[in-house]
Design a protein around this ligand. Structure first.
Ligand code: FHN
Length: 441
């Protein structure tokens, strides 16, 4: 997965890859880190004892800050614990192959040195370090693909939604309210900022848009934006939220001709495989941004089984971290990343570069397929020690992925291939059995 090489050429000499070549590293990677970080990480979803519902990154909107009130946060933003190398190492050790960080979320604050705006970390915060630069360089050093999330929504910019605060609230109020100045924001601010990110920080694996839902933003803009980005970096991948084709939180493509390279179901896993490329993004607790009051953390077992479930259906998993106002990952997140890394180090062969299998989803777990093998991920260990592969296929070689030298006995019972397993499950998250696929299976 030396993905950085497929993006290594400079823009001037870059060979325009075919779509399959361009998507190859992303399809093989399967597992990425989402990072929601910005000045909203300072209040952490709380204002004067009141808790922001949902994601803490929405605090400006949900807890009705005026722009002037909210602008006190950039002046306080001094994340002295931020260490890009450490962040990238934690992602890499977890088995993640790419990182998508919020360059700018809906609040409009930019985490890089923008020449288009002074509402950024260099001009409006005491930190005065280019986070996007430091993180992109750390990714390159460690062979992780650098990507960024960028919000079309901007609650600070007067030609976007900034003219409506403190009354604007995309969550409840009339979203058909548009700013007649928005086309100027799109041409003279949104596009130039994205161009800065695509020009000054090396190869960008994915541009991950968000905020497509607002009425100000049109499908004409979306299609034009997609082409604009591919002109600058032809081999960058762009999600479906660059246009208006997202089917709500389900995140798949609506009928019609919309721009975007992959669907983006959010906080959910589609029930069955989907023929287009897709990536499910999820939080570890209930918030994208740092929210210490939200103690509802998904277990590392649940998160690892989510990864397996998603890959078994042909998708990617983008798992979120919300660092705090000092630049630290929450300890609960660090713990889960470590635990997932233990499993992916032992069983990554069944994940990276794997695809959905031709077999129907079994009751006891999930299948993936790769290079002439089926990988049975056993979540529920059979009490009688007999794993029934719900397919009539001849007995063949089967081994524990974690112990390739111990051949497991297989036989055909009632028309189903049955594998005799050890008494106890070697792995309490998912034990993987590697099964050779034979011709005509
Ligand atoms: O409103 C955002 C939210 O804050 C978060 O960034 C998620 C992540 O995909 N996207 C939007 C909700 O769909």
């Amino acid at each position: 997965l030396n993905c950085s090489s497929c993006l290594a050429q400079t823009n001037s000499e870059v060979k325009k890859l075919s779509d399959d070549e361009r998507m190859a590293w992303w399809r093989d990677s399967k597992f990425g880190m989402f990072i929601h970080w910005g000045v909203y990480s300072i209040p952490g979803g709380e204002r004067d004892g009141k808790i922001c519902g949902g994601g803490a990154e929405w605090i400006m909107d949900k807890l009705d800050y005026t722009i002037e009130e909210y602008e006190k946060f950039p002046a306080m933003f001094n994340p002295v614990k931020f260490n890009a190398d450490e962040w990238v190492s934690m992602a890499k050790d977890a088995g993640m192959k790419y990182i998508v960080i919020t360059s700018k979320h809906h609040d409009g604050f930019s985490l890089w040195d923008s020449k288009v705006s002074d509402y950024d970390i260099m001009d409006s915060s005491p930190f005065k370090r280019d986070v996007i630069k430091e993180l992109s360089e750390a990714c390159k050093k460690q062979g992780i693909i650098f990507c960024f999330y960028h919000s079309i929504v901007d609650w600070h910019h007067p030609q976007a939604q900034g003219n409506l605060f403190p009354n604007y609230n995309a969550g409840q109020k009339d979203q058909t309210v548009v700013n007649p100045e928005f086309p100027k924001y799109y041409e003279n601010y949104l596009k130039p900022q994205v161009k800065e990110l695509l020009t000054n920080y090396g190869d960008i694996g994915v541009v991950w848009f968000d905020g497509d839902w607002i009425a100000d933003y049109t499908t004409e803009m979306g299609k034009e934006f997609y082409d604009f980005i591919r002109e600058i970096q032809p081999n960058t991948i762009i999600n479906n939220r660059v246009d208006k084709g997202r089917k709500g939180m389900e995140g798949m493509d609506a009928e019609g001709n919309f721009a975007g390279d992959f669907g983006t179901p959010e906080q959910e896993i589609p029930a069955t495989g989907i023929d287009s490329d897709w990536e499910s993004c999820m939080t570890m607790n209930g918030s994208w941004g740092y929210k210490p009051s939200d103690k509802k953390w998904k277990s590392s077992k649940r998160l690892t089984q989510n990864l397996i479930d998603i890959v078994s259906k042909g998708g990617n998993f983008l798992l979120n971290i919300g660092p705090d106002g000092l630049g630290q990952f929450p300890p609960e997140s660090v713990e889960r990343l470590k635990a997932m890394g233990v499993w992916t180090r032992e069983n990554g062969e069944s994940i990276y570069g794997a695809s959905a299998s031709p077999y129907d989803k079994p009751e006891w777990g999930r299948y993936t397929a790769k290079d002439g093998f089926i990988y049975a991920h056993v979540f529920d260990w059979p009490e009688d020690g007999k794993l029934v592969i719900n397919r009539t296929i001849k007995p063949r070689q089967a081994t524990l992925l974690s112990d390739p030298y111990t051949k497991l006995k297989t036989k055909l019972i009632d028309g189903n291939l049955t594998i005799h397993l050890p008494e106890k499950a070697p792995n309490n998250i998912a034990t993987v059995i590697k099964i050779k696929l034979m011709p005509n299976d």
